[in-house]
Design a protein around this ligand. Structure first.
Ligand SMILES: *[C@@H]1O[C@H](CO)[C@@H](O)[C@H](O)[C@H]1NC(C)=O
Ligand SMILES: *[C@@H]1O[C@H](CO)[C@@H](O)[C@H](O)[C@H]1NC(C)=O
Ligand SMILES: *[C@@H]1O[C@H](CO)[C@@H](O)[C@H](O)[C@H]1NC(C)=O
Length: 503
């Protein structure tokens, strides 16, 4: 009797042990996988802000247009339609939006109006519709300022900020773009004009800015406002001396002087979510530091649709990437940013734009971002520490496996080289937009070209930095470049741009 009992006990103890081990092992692998994932994801979770709770509505008697603000309150305006009411720059801040923050942001860019919406959004513009709505419809409290009003849902609290001197930085002004031959059909190419004696650059630019035209054109005493178009593009400047004549002679001689006004080209600034869920799920895939955010900026402005992200980055959301906060599988966005390179992550997408950048530049950009954020630069001590060689060692192989994996598992690809996009923006963007099956006018692409920088570009590596790559690092990276170059050719793509190829 005792023997089987002991045997049973022993068996149970053993199974328990085994179970314990299995559980422990299971948990450990689980957390290792999680760690691995967290390692990847953590970097993009700068400020996790969570979903905003419904905005606190104020009672009708509570709202007071901010008194501390320096602009003049104009009224509450509707922002419901297909097109935005204020079409200029956009900023969001889910936690800290205030009236003066928005006013400064718009004044700095020389806009006439600053409008706050839904407690957290700020829009700039130079034109307002004639009719405002009832003042009680602007009833949301600003996220960053108790008891002041920041619009409502589809409602803008608008301030005039024209006379404001923005705090720290100078207002942008007009810039001379050169002397140009007049287009064949002036009425067609120059949609608006100012007829007035003694027109100056200032009066003409002021008039055109007010009407949201990015170009002010002077020909003798005539002032025209225009956008760049295929019929009148700014690549074909002529010798400036052809414009440098007496006004009367200039008027007769078919030339004109072109100035860029401080306002943004607004033909491509409206963006929205897809009206119906997309059937094809498209990735915008790149290695970190390869210009993914910049490509998103271009795609959003070209197509007019928001892009999404596999991650969540509050700083990007605050700059107007509204799709950042959508769930990445919502299918309300035109494409979804990802840096992932696992087979499963790749196969979830039906197609992908694969954005590739020179690994030397990607590594520097990503190291800067890791050390100092989206627009900062890593400090000297970062470059000199062990951190940098460690970073190069692990990231260089990831740079290559990222491309190889997408080539292998991606279902339908468009390979885009960052350098090509920089060098010839409009044609490359035209290809990307065609791949996304969106039809876009040539005017809209030219508008994107005028707005091409966005607010998310670090200007190269800081000047005067020493070359950060040692000969061993270069050997390593060059090896990966050759591998990727070959893999691209094997998949019937052109190889890497020539400038990558080992020096
Ligand atoms: C010039 O453009 C205007 C406006 O688009 C059009 O009505 C007119 O017919 C054009 N004239 C010529 C000569 O093409
Ligand atoms: C235009 O300028 C001329 C010469 O500077 C001046 O005599 C004339 O009064 C001005 N006209 C107007 C309408 O300002
Ligand atoms: C675009 O259209 C082509 C051909 O109809 C289709 O194969 C592809 O999946 C579409 N792509 C997107 C992103 O909708």
């Amino acid at each position: 009797m005792a023997k089987p009992f002991f045997r049973l006990q022993k068996f149970l103890r053993r199974t328990q042990f085994l179970l314990f081990f299995l559980t422990a092992a299971y948990l450990m692998t689980g957390s290792l996988l999680l760690l691995q994932r967290a390692r990847l994801r953590r970097r993009w979770f700068h400020h996790f802000m969570g979903d905003p709770p419904g905005p606190p509505a104020l009672s009708p008697e509570a709202p007071q247009p901010a008194t501390s603000s320096r602009g003049t309150y104009v009224g509450c305006f509707s922002d419901d339609g297909q097109e935005r009411t204020l079409k200029g720059s956009v900023f969001f801040d889910l936690r800290k939006m205030t009236v003066s923050h928005c006013q400064d942001a718009c004044a700095e860019r020389s806009y006439i109006y600053a409008g706050l919406e839904a407690g957290a959004e700020c829009y700039c513009g130079n034109r307002l519709p004639a009719m405002s709505v009832g003042p009680e419809e602007c009833n949301h409290e600003c996220k960053g300022e108790k008891s002041s009003v920041c619009g409502g849902v589809g409602r803008l609290s608008v301030y005039r900020v024209e006379e404001l001197q923005p705090g720290s930085r100078k207002r942008r002004t007009v810039t001379y773009r050169g002397c140009f031959r007049l287009p064949e059909n002036i009425t067609h190419a120059f949609p608006d004009s100012l007829v007035q004696a003694n027109v100056t650059v200032e009066t003409c630019s002021g008039f055109c800015s007010q009407k949201e035209f990015p170009l002010a054109i002077l020909r003798g005493w005539e002032c025209y406002c225009a956008y760049s178009t295929p019929q009148f593009n700014l690549r074909d400047a002529v010798d400036s001396s052809l414009c440098g004549q007496e006004s009367e002679a200039q008027r007769l001689a078919e030339y004109c002087e072109v100035y860029q006004t401080p306002v943004q080209d607004t033909r491509c600034t409206d963006r929205r979510f897809l009206p119906t869920k997309s059937k094809v799920f498209v990735a915008l895939s790149s290695f970190p530091g390869a210009g993914n955010t910049w490509a998103r900026h271009l795609i959003e402005h070209a197509t007019g649709f928001y892009t999404g992200s596999y991650y969540f980055d509050g700083t990007l959301y605050n700059k107007g990437f509204k799709g950042e906060k959508d769930h990445w599988r919502s299918r309300r966005t035109i494409c979804v940013k990802t840096h992932e390179s696992g087979r499963r992550e790749i196969e979830m997408f039906d197609s992908a734009i694969l954005l590739i950048r020179n690994p030397y530049r990607s590594l520097v950009a990503e190291f800067n971002r890791k050390c100092a954020g989206h627009l900062g630069y890593a400090a000297d001590r970062n470059w000199k520490s062990k951190e940098w060689p460690d970073f190069v060692n692990s990231y260089a192989s990831w740079w290559s496996s990222h491309v190889l994996d997408w080539l292998k598992y991606g279902k339908r690809l468009l390979v885009v080289h960052y350098e090509e996009l920089r060098r010839s923006l409009v044609p490359t963007l035209r290809e990307m937009v065609a791949f996304l099956n969106v039809s876009v006018s040539e005017e809209r692409l030219l508008c994107v070209e005028n707005n091409k920088e966005g607010s998310f570009r670090r200007r190269g590596r800081r000047p005067h930095d020493p070359e950060p790559f040692t000969p061993e690092m270069k050997d390593l990276i060059n090896g990966y470049i050759r591998t990727v170059d070959q893999a691209l050719r094997d998949h019937n793509w052109a190889g890497l741009p020539r400038e990558y190829v080992p020096r």
